[in-house]
Structures are given as C-alpha cells and as structure tokens.
Design a protein around this ligand. Structure first.
Ligand code: PMV
Length: 288
C-alpha cells in the first residue's frame, strides 16, 4: 500500500513580498490540493521536481532511512501562479515519505522541513506558504512568529489568468527597487502596518475591514511593480461587481483573490480570467 498525503494551496489575504522583509502577512489555506503517493521501489523513481527531490532527501535524514522510493505527484493547484503550489508539493511529499519510512512527521515538523526545502531550492523565501499548507486555516506569519488564527469561515473568489511568473525573479525585482529607492522600503513598511490591522480585524470577525485592506494592499503591490495588466483587469472586474480584490503571491501573472464571493463577483472575474473558482479556508496536510 502506498502512503498517500495531500496538502492545500495557500493565498495571501495581505502581506506578500513585505513578509520577505519580516513584516507580518495573513494567509489562508485554499481547498485545492497537491497529492503525493509514495511506495518502496528497487531504485528511486522521482518526478523531475527539485522540491520533491529535496523533500525526499530531507526526510531520509530525518528518518535515518535509505530505502529507495517511487513518488507520484498530482495537483489541482495552478503552478507558479501565487497559490503556493510548490509549498503544497513539498509539504505533501515530506508527510507521505515520512509515513512510508515509519517516522511520520507532525504538521509542525512538516512546516519547518518544508521551509528548509523552499530555501534550498529557491533561495530567498518566507515560511508563509509552507506553514499555511502544513497547518491549514488562516495563518499569520510575523518575523519568527507563526500561528493559526481563529476566524469565521468565509468564501473568496480566485481568478486565474492562466499565466505564471518565477517567484525568485519577482522577489529580486522588489529587492532592486528597495535598494535603489527609499520610498519602496516605506511602501514595504506600510504593507506591514496594514497587515497588522488585517490580523486584528480578522480576529474580531470584521471581514469588511479586511476587504478594504486587501484593496489598499493591491495599490501598494502595484507600486512595488508586481502587478500586471491581466492581474489588474481581474482585480477591476471584481471591484466593478462590488467586491474587494488583490493579486496573491509573487505577482507578475497568476491569481487574484476577491471578497466577498458573490455570484456577481465570480461571474465578473470569470469574464476576464481563464478560470474563476470559489475557495474557503481548507484543512492542512493530511493522510489520504
Ligand atoms: O507566488 P508564491 O505562492 O510563490 O508566493 C510568493 C510570496 C512572496 O512573499 C513573494 C515570497 C515568499 O517567499 O513569501
């Protein structure tokens, strides 16, 4: 019997990019998942994914195990599009392989190991996507602090333009801007301030304030140069239908997140998106 585990994607309510500069960010796990199946094999049979390979190696060290394995990955999370697809694959791989080796990792351990995988493969990265995928629900990442937030279930529209952009290049672009222009670092701090407010508002159940802060965050992300014409089109489709909206993740291309998830907002986003779907806070990594 193969060990099979799945892990959710994640979306930023607020705070992407600024989180790389140790500002707080607020995320939710979304109910699109990566599933990983692992079984013993005569020799290693791994997909051509640096995340999977690194996750398998780290689990070998963790479990002190050398048995060869076959690993299969399937996922309905758009790749490189701001929904934490690589984090979900890393998280599900660590969980499934550690179970196959008879040394199952707890979600907290999976979160730590998955963050190490992302750093090894990607260089500069925050623990935001990996922690959210491991624990599920709403998550705050603030410097060294990572915790889940108790808040009402809510539905959000995701619009996907069908494109992708490399996270590393988007992060480097912001770094160049911050190096050259002190106003850019003020913008990063302003994102941190609004993330603080968003966490407080979410904890008190005031999603209207969170929505207003999402709109404000989109303006600041645009100022940091990480939006695009197709992301802006989806954002404005949602807004014209009365919702708040922003890009999620690294930007450049990929996904936007809109709230509230009215039928009008979903239909409006669908008109300018390749695909529009509704998400709500999802369970973290789990055995299947
Ligand atoms: O687009 P994603 O899912 O790779 O998210 C990137 C989020 C950043 O804040 C830009 C980088 C990070 O590591 O947090």
């Amino acid at each position: 019997m193969p060990a099979r585990s799945s892990a959710p994607g994640s979306a930023f309510l607020v705070g992407e990019h600024a989180v790389v500069y140790d500002e707080p960010a607020l995320l939710l796990a979304v109910d699109r998942r990566a599933t990983v199946a692992v079984e013993d094999a005569d020799e290693d049979d791994l997909p051509d994914s640096a995340y999977v390979r690194e996750a398998v190696e780290r689990t070998r060290l963790y479990a002190d195990e050398t048995t060869p394995v076959r690993v299969e990955v399937s996922s309905d999370i758009p790749v490189g599009a701001g929904l934490g697809s690589s984090a979900a694959v890393s998280v599900a791989t660590l969980h499934a392989v550690s179970r196959q080796f008879g040394a199952p990792m707890e979600p907290q351990e999976v979160a730590d190991e998955a963050y190490a995988v992302e750093r090894a493969v990607q260089g500069k990265a925050s623990p935001a996507d990996t922690y959210t995928s491991a624990t599920g629900g709403y998550v705050v990442v603030d410097g060294d602090e990572r915790r889940t937030v108790d808040a009402p279930d809510a539905r959000f529209v995701v619009g996907y333009d069908g494109g992708s952009a490399p996270t590393g290049e988007m992060v480097d672009g912001v770094a160049r801007l911050v190096d050259r222009n002190p106003v850019a670092s003020d913008i990063v701090s302003a994102v941190g301030d609004l993330s603080h407010d968003a966490v407080e508002s979410l904890e008190s159940g005031d999603l209207e304030v969170v929505a207003a802060l999402m709109d404000m965050n989109q303006g600041l992300l645009d100022a940091l140069g990480v939006s695009s014409s197709s992301l802006s089109r989806m954002v404005w489709s949602a807004r014209d239908a009365g919702a708040s909206a922003k890009l999620t993740g690294a930007g450049g291309a990929g996904c936007v997140l809109a709230y509230p998830a009215t039928d009008e907002a979903q239909e409006a986003v669908a008109e300018t998106a390749k695909e529009a779907f509704v998400v709500s806070p999802a369970e973290g990594v789990r055995s299947e």
